[in-house]
Design a protein around this ligand. Structure first.
Ligand SMILES: Cc1cc2nc3c(=O)[nH]c(=O)nc-3n(C[C@H](O)[C@H](O)[C@H](O)COP(=O)(O)O)c2cc1C
Length: 167
């Protein structure tokens, strides 16, 4: 196989830092660019209001406006897409991302942080990403709180494996 360098982007949303830590781990391990999605109207990571506001946005399939970014995700061959689970689904910022980005024929790996109940997070992401090849998915159980080092190690091994599959 000819040795063409594939361009890679790690794109993610994170409210409380768990998905951010895993995204940074993956992007450091495999190289490439990183895009953190942020909503214009930010939800506070403190207190219980985040569950009401965040959960409501998921249930009503809201597409919160994102802070503008310069990167064009459509320019990349391989994307690692990460999200926390909210109400058994991916976070609303990703819904906005999926509807404003035309991803086709990309190779995509999914990563997710949750508190033990992933629900349909991966299934729903895969549905939103039809027309692309899903290379695999990995989940982490609130890694900032539980076995941080073990989760980091796992993320490194997994992301390397994903990349080696396509090279
Ligand atoms: C609005 C909201 C809804 C959540 N819903 C779920 C859920 O359905 N299942 C679950 O296991 N964890 C749920 N969680 C917990 C998060 O998925 C978990 O803490 C995750 O590690 C947070 O990632 P982050 O730090 O990148 O934001 C929810 C958290 C929030 C803020």
């Amino acid at each position: 196989m000819e040795d063409k360098k594939l361009s890679t982007l790690v794109v993610y949303y994170s409210l409380e830092g768990n998905t951010k830590m895993m995204a940074e781990t993956i992007s450091k391990e495999i190289g490439g660019d990183t895009l953190r999605l942020e909503t214009k109207k930010a939800i506070s990571p403190h207190g219980v209001m985040k569950f009401i506001r965040g959960g409501g946005q998921v249930i009503f399939k809201k597409e919160p406006e994102l802070v503008k970014y310069d990167i064009n995700p459509e320019d990349y061959d391989v994307l690692f897409i990460g999200t926390p689970t909210w109400a058994g689904n991916f976070a609303p910022a990703l819904r906005t991302f999926f509807s404003k980005t035309n991803l086709k024929d990309k190779k995509i790996a999914l990563f997710n942080c949750n508190g033990g109940q992933r629900g349909k997070t991966f299934e729903n992401m895969a549905k939103s990403l039809e027309g692309n090849e899903i290379l695999g998915g990995i989940e982490f159980d609130v890694p900032l709180r539980n076995d941080r080092e073990g989760n980091i190690k796992q993320a490194k091994i997994w992301s390397k494996e994903i990349i080696s599959k396509i090279k």
